[in-house]
Design a protein around this ligand. Sequence first.
Ligand code: BEZ
Length: 235
Amino acid sequence: MEKEVFSMPRIGDKAPEFKAITTQGEINFPADYSGSWVILFSHPADFTPVCTSEFMTFASMEKQFNAANCKLVGLSVDGLYSHIAWLRTIKEKIEYKGMKDVEVTFPLIEDITMEVASKYGMMMPGESNTKAVRAVFVIDPKGIIRTIIYYPLSLGRNFDELYRVLIALQTADVFSVATPADWRPGDDVIVPTAGSCGVAKERMESKAEDVKCYDWFFCTKKLDKDTVLNKIIKK
Ligand code: BEZ
């Protein structure tokens, strides 16, 4: 029988739909997450060290992500009972970098058939035929993929960076701006590039104190941290 070939989803695409069994019951994705941001991420295998460090870190930050209206959903090509046993081991036995008694309460998808992993382009045969790479999909409340990041098997993710990505995406939406290199809340943001000669001239001649133009096409403005966080973070 010929193998079904899936094209990889891209930024701006609707998140591919699937139903799956998870450690928190069945989910219907992305419909169950409508109205929330969601980070769907894969890991290579249960009971492996890099993955364990990642799960402990992500679970410890879950409340921080939830407060920014974002839910977490994990996946690997292991079965449900392996997932359950691994998460119990993490909670009962593993102490790592000051984290202990860590309970993973977000759903972890079982995907032994690799159906979901294949749909989302999480299988990369050059890296492994049997394990998903460390893929991250940031999906918005309308079910649109907004960011995709891939890491190889050997490299644990930086979860502060994933949080920065989430806040930057929301800031861009809420304030109609873009965010420059290494942006963090409180840093200046980029105003949309002038779309006409008139606006370009206006920008360059403007005396507005909160706007700085490096040239007509590259202008930033102040956006203070509290203004950003008050809009995005649920207290
Ligand atoms: C790990 O999580 O430690 C790991 C998993 C698969 C391959 C290499 C490392």
